[in-house]
Design a protein around this ligand. Structure first.
Ligand code: 5GP
Length: 116
């Protein structure tokens, strides 16, 4: 059985979240500590711990993450102004939850991509 994660519990509804989307492949919910006016996490329902663990088998779900990110951005009214998609990996990437996820952030100008 795949490792259970905080996000698996949110996906199952065992831990409450402000869910904005769910289908058979991915679930999206608002980040508990938003870093911008819109900050939504889009998470494969299947546990993939980090980008390093991705296999060819995951290609459909990873492509789907982008499709759903674009759909949600449009629904949230931030598509035309623009937004940022972020996937952190491991310690240097600042990853805190080891269940691969995409951050969708926007709603105001986000500034330079990286802090120097
Ligand atoms: P990472 O640093 O792993 O890329 O991002 C993890 C994100 O999960 C963080 O932005 C953090 O605020 C968010 N997060 C952590 N715990 C919870 C939670 O219980 N609920 C929700 N909705 N977000 C969480």
């Amino acid at each position: 059985m795949a490792e259970d994660t905080l996000f698996s519990q949110i996906i199952r509804g065992d831990i409450p979240s402000d869910q904005v989307y769910q289908d058979e492949l991915v679930t999206a919910f608002r980040d508990i500590s938003p870093q911008a006016p819109t900050h939504i996490l889009i998470v494969p329902n299947k546990v993939i711990p980090t980008i390093n663990d991705v296999t060819e088998e995951d290609e459909p779900v990873l492509g789907h993450l982008f499709i759903i990110a674009a759909k949600i951005a449009k629904e949230q009214g931030i598509a035309d102004d623009g937004y940022r998609l972020i996937v952190n990996c491991n310690r240097h990437g600042g990853q805190e939850v080891f269940h691969l996820h995409m951050h969708l952030v926007g709603g105001h100008p986000l500034g330079p991509m990286l802090m120097r």
